[in-house]
Design a protein around this ligand. Structure first.
Ligand SMILES: [Zn+2]
Length: 42
């Protein structure tokens, strides 16, 4: 499963693979299985 979103740190576009991404711009990485602090953008 591959999808795109924006990095929560720098807002750069990142590609999520298997629910995980690493931002090439700022180096931030995140796994969507552990995001208790994420803001719901909707
Ligand atoms: Zn970033």
């Amino acid at each position: 499963m591959i999808e795109k979103k924006n990095c929560i740190v720098c807002n750069c576009e990142v590609i999520i693979i298997n629910c995980h991404y690493s931002c090439e711009n700022c180096g931030f990485s995140e796994n969507c299985h552990d995001k208790p602090h994420l803001i719901d953008e909707e």
